[in-house]
Design a protein around this ligand. Sequence first.
Ligand SMILES: CC(=O)SCCNC(=O)CCNC(=O)[C@H](O)C(C)(C)COP(=O)(O)OP(=O)(O)OC[C@H]1O[C@@H](n2cnc3c(N)ncnc32)[C@H](O)[C@@H]1OP(=O)(O)O
Ligand SMILES: O=C([O-])CC(=O)C(=O)O
Length: 374
Amino acid sequence: MTKPIGGAGLRGQSAGETALCTVGKTGAGLTYRGYDIAVLAAKAEFEEVAYLLLYGKLPNVTELAAYKTKLKGMRALPEALKTVLEQIPADAHPMDVMRTGCSMLGNLETEQDFAEQHDHIDRMLAIFPGLINYWYNYSHHGKRVDVVTDADSIAEQFLWTLHDAKPDPLHVQVMHASLILYAEHEFNASTFTARVCASTLSDIHSCVTGAIGSLRGPLHGGANEAAMDMIERWQTADEAEAEIMGMLARKDKIMGFGHAIYRESDPRNAIIKAWSQKLAEQVGDTRLYAVSERVEAVMWREKKLFCNADFFHASAYHFMNIPTKLFTPIFVCSRVSGWTAHVMEQRANNRIIRPSADYTGPESAEWVAIEDRP
Ligand SMILES: CC(=O)SCCNC(=O)CCNC(=O)[C@H](O)C(C)(C)COP(=O)(O)OP(=O)(O)OC[C@H]1O[C@@H](n2cnc3c(N)ncnc32)[C@H](O)[C@@H]1OP(=O)(O)O
Ligand SMILES: O=C([O-])CC(=O)C(=O)O
């Protein structure tokens, strides 16, 4: 079934060109610069994919090693940023922490010229995992974690700075796949936000700060947390089925299902689902994976709605002992690569993004002096 063109949410309308990504072009596929997501997720490290998006080609051995060394050297948090993070309370939303952290970084290390863009982008990629986990550990456990670790990759750095220990290699492998799956997705809401901001010739931190705000919402990146909150309420697959049937009858939105572009499946789902199953076996889970699978089956049977990238990410992250509130910040640590690739693409061929609106207000209104108004 093809989706109708036009209508609410600019659905089906082209809002520009990109050489970065195709979404659902053959009905279900996803490619980054022509490479199939399934191949990238199976064979690449996240840094290779970030390099592909940001520098235009897959790196060779020397280029990848140099890129990882560069990123490794950019992990330290400025003291002023630590001070700001330490002021943010434990009950703050971690996406608000990401937004503030990114904005503060822009105050401390302001992009003065677009010629510096690559260095600022690489700095954000390198610093974001430590940034959120420094705040998390300080606000929740009173602990100042060292974010300058020996972690070999962004995937490992996230888990290492979260748990303040070298992570399980299987978990690092899953994180690479997860970061690759989340890296880029054409003109989704947060990327479009970044491009609109870039089109005014604003600085890179403003583009990313705005994008973080868009990703925060439960209809976009926030769905992975919302999915987790939902599935962890259920003890058995049968209970999950009964509850989902009730939610559908009440016309509730089921988080982690449906998509604005894909019609029959999200190609990222099968990949993260397989990892979730493997992790379930590792931790001896007999509940969450079974619950998730049943919800998937019921949603397809009842509504022909399929899991998007977020649904099985919930259980996968949970099995790796990642607190639910940090799920969407991981999305940021990944998608910053796609956002900034789009910012550079926008800057390279810019015209300010300024669509028109169909006016629906009154034709003309008569001025009434304030003392005469009802
Ligand atoms: C990484 C990501 O950002 S992926 C998206 C993450 N977001 C979520 O998982 C939130 C839940 N999903 C949704 O809200 C939607 O599916 C969106 C926002 C992703 C896409 O929205 P739209 O493009 O407007 O959806 P679409 O046009 O396909 O909806 C068709 C119908 O299915 C319904 N529907 C879509 N998704 C869901 C859902 N998750 N649960 C229940 N019903 C749904 C819609 O309400 C709509 O019904 P209607 O015609 O009676 O109004
Ligand atoms: O494309 C979208 O609308 C949402 C999405 O899946 C993403 O940003 O990864």
